[in-house]
Design a protein around this ligand. Structure first.
Ligand SMILES: Nc1nc2c(ncn2[C@@H]2O[C@H](COP(=O)(O)OP(=O)(O)OP(=O)(O)O)[C@@H](O)[C@H]2O)c(=O)[nH]1
Ligand SMILES: [Mg+2]
Length: 817
């Protein structure tokens, strides 16, 4: 028998391990850390720790997993990461209580079937190994939530599917993708190229010259977005299809562009000398790209029209500021073949480095994609999309969703199915949507954004849009917060982006010194910010009190008024609230809540500004004041125009703008199969949400790649109210019942949260004893034929319960203010 003894230089570590095991044995310790001890063998005495729950052996020199570990029957967590292990032994399956198994940074090439016997496993980390296949049996690990397989290139799973180390994707999603792809796959070889820049810089000319080799000096301005496909050779025998999205540069359309800037795309930011103000230009577009296309969205900066008007920019400065994004600078002229060849080469080079282009696409996904592309209609319903997926063997809803995210980002089939009003889940011809929206934007410039649905139909009828599809486009515009229905007798809607530039005389009547003042300072005021705010708060403003860059809101119940307007030169939005002192903070809370929701879409958060009483022109940074308060400072110092110095009380200034009511946080628990129903409720809760009274959360708000399990649990433990949508699918879902419901009950029993339930349809909910803890709305009556009445009553029921909660200090989470 070969006995492995530690070599001399490992001896210290080995002795230290023996010592720690001895201590653990005598103190009945549940955790033992033997990491970083240079161990190649584990002391045999470890077998005496039968009660040990967690053992770390990471960062050692272990080549073979010792079979002594099988004695540690109580082990829940085992880390063998960063060793030199090349195979996982079958006896590991005996550790049936393992929840966490970490084997990253080893040399493992095969995952044995025995892992599937670890039925309690929640986390399995196999990152940075040499794994080339995964056994089908892993699917049996029904509790597995986190599976880290990064750094195993032979598996061929793209990053988008794997997630990142901080935000891994759900394990089942990774496995589903892997097994689907194993049945046959090939690189996707499609990518999206997006051109942005001010009007007239030469975006369309560049596209045409690149794709056809011909330059037309009489190019016309692009209205909306022009989409074209370009078959581009990456190497001698490899061609990729590039979907080019050429954005019209006119300012009026910038706000709308945001909705079509996507991840997994390559961006060309085009500038020309004539357009001037290059630093600001670049800032504006790069911020927009980062906010919507992702922090690391790749950008090539194209300095165009060099022949007639040569120019350069501060390349070093820009690279410093946008190092994650700017990949290259290229000087071009459409009339100069050499520079165009250079641009083409740079694009090809960048495309070559894009992982999404090389992502291995399961064969069945290709079939689905091709069938969607063959469809003659402009859009299909979510059900039709799912049917097509199923026809080609893609039955898992999660995989269907992953595929649709790809199709959306690539601009092959857009999907906006989060909105319950949108009957058509999938838009197959993106141009059909963009042309519809931009046509309407142009058509209603004259009426300053006012129109009736009938007028919209007539405008789009000329472009062969059916009445039904016009309804779809209008719903999409509402969803994008580009327009809203005025609710008047003519059924008119308004696009605030097209409002008058002039502020009404009413605005000048505000006495700023006497107001409660607040503001936001931006690096650049994003296009469409105020129009979007006007859409969100339209229930508080009159038509005459809205203009393109401002609005006056009136809070009828408290007779407070607020003037909100942008000061583009100062890069600020300024807010002035007038009315009874006691109620000003209520209206300000609504305003701040709505800005906060819009700001969520921007990567760069503005600075919040507060003002000492009576001094509307001396802003102080709110976060700085808070820092000073934490340090114990009592007063701030402000030098006025006439050089006198005032010392406002810091706490008073902060308190004057603090929200008197914290929104009630609601967690919506439901089965994904009933998602359409949940959307009905969300519509009815919308107004309360916009008034800052509630903050609803449901798991569709998880961002791509987020650690879903952890985030759901966090939201659950922070919610003030947990609302359960009861149905047979809800009760059949382990996650809904075992995790969400169980946590909800625990929190209710601890007096931390309120529970509300409503019954979607008869499902035997009375049999579930735990549900007695819930306040069941409508006495448990389920959704009948009168849908509207049902949802109104459910929303009213929730509202009533919330009224009781509002203002009451809430347990279970830190309380501000
Ligand atoms: N000489 C020369 N003219 C150019 C070049 N690029 C564009 N132009 C001219 O500039 C004008 C505007 O070009 P477009 O390609 O339409 O510019 P654009 O950026 O697409 O403009 P929008 O669609 O309005 O945003 C046209 O008259 C082009 O012929 C160039 O590289 N050299
Ligand atoms: Mg153009």
């Amino acid at each position: 028998m070969l006995v492995c003894m530690p070599s001399k230089d490992e001896n210290d570590g080995f002795q230290e391990a023996v010592r720690r095991i001895e201590i653990a044995k005598h103190s009945d310790q549940s955790h033992l850390d033997l990491s970083g001890l240079n161990l190649s063998v584990v002391p045999e005495s470890i077998t005496q720790l039968a009660k040990l729950s967690y053992l770390s052996l990471q960062h050692n020199q272990i080549r073979t997993v010792p079979d002594s570990l099988t004695q540690l029957v109580a082990l829940r967590g085992l880390s063998l990461s960063a060793n030199q292990i090349s195979s996982i032994p079958d006896f590991l399956a005996q550790l049936v209580n393992l929840h966490i198994l970490l084997l990253s940074n080893n040399q493992i090439s095969t995952v044995p079937d025995c892992i599937a016997q670890l039925s309690n496993l929640r986390t399995l980390n196999l990152s940075v190994n040499q794994i080339s296949t995964i056994p089908d049996s892993l699917f049996q690990l029904s509790k597995l939530a986190e599976l880290d397989l990064q750094g195993n290139p032979s598996l061929g799973i793209p990053e988008e599917i794997l997630g990142t180390a901080l935000n891994p994707k759900p394990a089942q999603e990774i496995l589903r993708y892997y097994f689907a792809q194993r049945e046959g796959s090939k690189p996707l070889n499609e990518a999206k190229l997006i051109l942005v820049g001010t009007g007239g810089v030469g975006k369309t000319s560049l596209v045409k010259t690149l794709t056809t080799g011909k330059f037309d000096p009489r190019e016309k301005t692009t209205e909306g977005i022009k989409i074209s496909d370009w078959s581009c050779p990456l190497s001698r025998d490899e061609k990729v299809i590039i979907h080019i999205w050429d954005f019209g540069g006119q300012e009026m359309m910038h706000a709308t562009h945001q909705f079509f800037l996507t991840a997994r795309s390559l961006y060309l930011l085009v500038l020309s000398r004539r357009q001037g103000r290059h630093d600001e230009e670049a800032d504006y577009w790069l911020r927009l790209i980062r906010a919507f296309g992702g922090k690391e969205a790749p950008v090539i900066v194209v300095l165009n029209q060099q022949k007639s008007e040569p120019f350069d920019v501060n390349r070093g400065g820009w690279l410093e500021k946008y190092k994650e994004n700017i990949r290259s600078f290229v000087q071009t002229d459409c009339d100069d073949n050499k520079s165009m060849a250079n641009l083409k080469e740079t694009i090809e080079e960048q495309l070559g480095g894009m992982t999404s282009l090389k992502a291995s696409f399961p064969t069945r996904w290709f079939k689905i994609k091709d069938e969607l592309a063959r469809m003659k209609t402009d859009y299909v319903s979510l059900e039709d999309y799912r049917r097509t997926c199923e026809k080609y063997g893609e039955k898992s809803v999660e995989s269907q969703t992953s595929l649709s995210a790809y199709l959306h980002d690539l601009g092959i089939a857009l999907n906006y199915n989060e909105d319950h009003r949108l009957r058509f889940g999938y838009v197959l011809k993106p141009e059909w949507v963009t042309e519809g929206i931009y046509t309407l934007l142009h058509a209603f410039v004259g009426s300053k954004g006012l129109f009736t649905p009938g007028e919209a139909e007539r405008v789009l009828e000329k472009k062969k849009y059916s009445a039904e599809s016009v309804h779809f486009i209008l719903s999409l515009m509402e969803q994008f917060e580009l327009s809203f229905p005025l609710g008047d007798t003519k059924n008119r809607a308004l696009i605030p982006e097209l409002l008058d530039d002039q502020q009404p005389p009413l605005a000048a009547k505000f006495k700023l010194q006497e107001c409660l003042n607040f503001g936001y300072r931006y690096l650049i005021v994003p296009g469409g910010l105020l129009p979007r705010f006007i859409v969100r708060t339209h229930h508080l403003s009159e038509p005459v009190a809205r203009w393109k860059s401002g609005v006056i809101l009136v809070d009828g119940t408290n007779s407070c008024r607020a003037l909100i307007r942008t000061d583009a030169a100062e890069r600020q939005v300024r807010i002035h609230v007038d009315g009874p002192q006691a109620s000003r903070r209520d209206l300000l809370a609504i305003i701040r809540h709505n800005f906060a929701v819009i700001h969520r879409d921007y990567e760069f958060k503005p600075e919040e500004l507060v003002y000492p009483s009576g001094v509307p022109d001396k802003p102080l940074g709110l976060s700085e004041l808070e820092a000073l308060r934490r340090e114990g400072d009592i007063t701030a110092r402000v030098v006025l125009q006439d050089k006198t110095v005032i010392k406002p009380n810091i706490a008073e200034v902060i308190q004057s703008v603090e929200s008197p009511l914290e929104p009630v946080r609601i967690f919506l628990s439901y089965s994904h199969k009933d998602e359409n129903h949940l959307n009905e409720l969300r519509k009815d809760l919308k107004l309360m949400e916009r008034n800052g009274l509630i903050l609803p959360w449901y798991d569709r708000e998880l961002s791509a790649g987020e650690k879903w399990n952890a985030r759901i649990l966090q939201e659950l433990t922070e919610a003030d109210v947990i609302v359960c949508q009861l149905s047979s699918d809800f009760l059949a879902s382990d996650f809904c019942v075992l995790t969400e419901l169980a946590t909800a009950i625990k929190r209710k029993e601890a007096g931390e949260a309120e529970l509300i339930g409503y019954v979607l349809h008869e499902c035997g909910w009375k049999e579930v004893p735990k549900l007695r803890q819930f306040q069941i709305l409508r006495n448990g009556k389920s959704l009948g034929w009168n849908k509207h009445k049902y949802w109104r009553e459910i929303a009213e029921g929730i509202q009533k319960s919330l009224k009781k909660l509002q203002g009451r200090p809430r347990k279970g989470r830190p309380h501000n203010g």
